[in-house]
Design a protein around this ligand. Structure first.
Ligand SMILES: NC(=O)c1ccc[n+]([C@@H]2O[C@H](COP(=O)([O-])OP(=O)(O)OC[C@H]3O[C@@H](n4cnc5c(N)ncnc54)[C@H](OP(=O)(O)O)[C@@H]3O)[C@@H](O)[C@H]2O)c1
Length: 263
């Protein structure tokens, strides 16, 4: 049987890079997508040398709708069918709403919401129905909890949560397994490492490492898990979030924000 081929968006660094390495270690061919000049070529060469899988790179800005169509046009021209799509590319922030300009939020919505919808649509249209396909959408616990300073980001991830849950129901009888990954904080880059290092107690215990998250996500995806929440503390937080009354959750959040509240 021909090997599986996986598309990983946002593959040049962070969690996407860990996904690429995890999939390559399972002998899955790759189509890696990221902005141009982001080191994708070096990563592709490293993977080709060390894992003996086929790697195609596609450098493009996924906030542009035509990038999504061009990606699938490229696959078609190379007679490649993707069996796995990992919608990973995402833009986060940790800032008061008025401190970022509207261009930032527009880009965040285009990358976190519009691109995954377009890519999923194009991915489903080219599937070979005889072969099981896999879709993994990268959400966030920020999409489950109300977190000030993550107002637009959290809303984009709530969208991913809802979108994925609906697709799971709509496509229950199709030959595709659809999973939602809902991680807490991940040490994906130096700024986050520094920020996460300052955390204490439960907040610190929610932080995970990208390679571990990628392993759990790919493992869960192949098992057909509907939702993958890496880390025991994060799973507990989701349970608490479901049972605690809203006013108690609001009190906890406000008490954490108090010293920073702007008047
Ligand atoms: N890190 C966390 O704490 C955390 C927690 C929960 C969920 N998540 C989610 O996990 C996913 C990965 O996060 P991460 O922390 O690994 O992110 P990251 O380190 O910032 O990496 C993002 C990736 O997306 C690419 N990218 C950015 N803008 C793009 C665009 N316009 N078009 C194409 N590619 C673009 C980046 O390419 P360049 O290298 O060229 O910029 C990079 O490869 C995101 O969906 C994020 O929301 C992250």
């Amino acid at each position: 049987m021909i090997p599986l081929t996986a598309i990983v968006t946002g593959a040049s660094e962070g969690l996407g890079k860990s996904f690429a390495l995890e999939l390559a270690s399972r002998k899955i061919d790759l189509v890696l997508v990221s902005l141009s000049g982001s080191g994708l070529l070096e990563l592709a060469n490293y993977i080709r040398k060390n894992f003996e899988v086929k790697v195609t790179i596609f450098e493009a800005d996924l906030t542009l709708a035509e990038s999504c169509t061009s990606l699938f046009a490229l696959l078609k021209s190379e007679e490649l069918t993707a069996h796995i799509l990992i919608n990973n590319a995402g833009l986060g922030n940790w800032s008061w709403f008025e401190d970022k300009n509207i261009g930032f939020y527009k880009k965040q919505i285009e990358l976190n919401v519009i691109a995954p919808v377009l890519l999923t649509h194009l991915f489903l249209a080219q599937l070979d129905e005889d072969r099981t396909a896999y879709l993994l959408n990268v959400g966030s616990l920020a999409g489950r909890f109300v977190v000030p300073k993550k107002q637009v980001y959290g809303a984009t991830k709530s969208f991913i949560n809802y979108f994925t849950r609906c697709l799971q129901l709509e496509m229950e009888s199709a030959n595709i397994s659809i999973s939602l990954l809902s991680p807490g904080g991940i040490n994906t880059k130096p700024e986050l490492l520094v920020l996460n290092h300052t955390l204490k107690g439960i907040a610190k215990a929610t932080i995970t490492e990208p390679d571990r998250v990628a392993y759990e996500a790919i493992h869960g995806m192949f098992l057909g898990k509907k939702e993958i929440i890496p880390g025991g503390v994060n799973k507990l937080m989701v349970v608490l979030n479901a049972i605690l009354p809203g006013f108690i959750k609001d009190m906890i959040i406000k008490s954490k924000l108090k010293p920073e509240v702007k008047l």
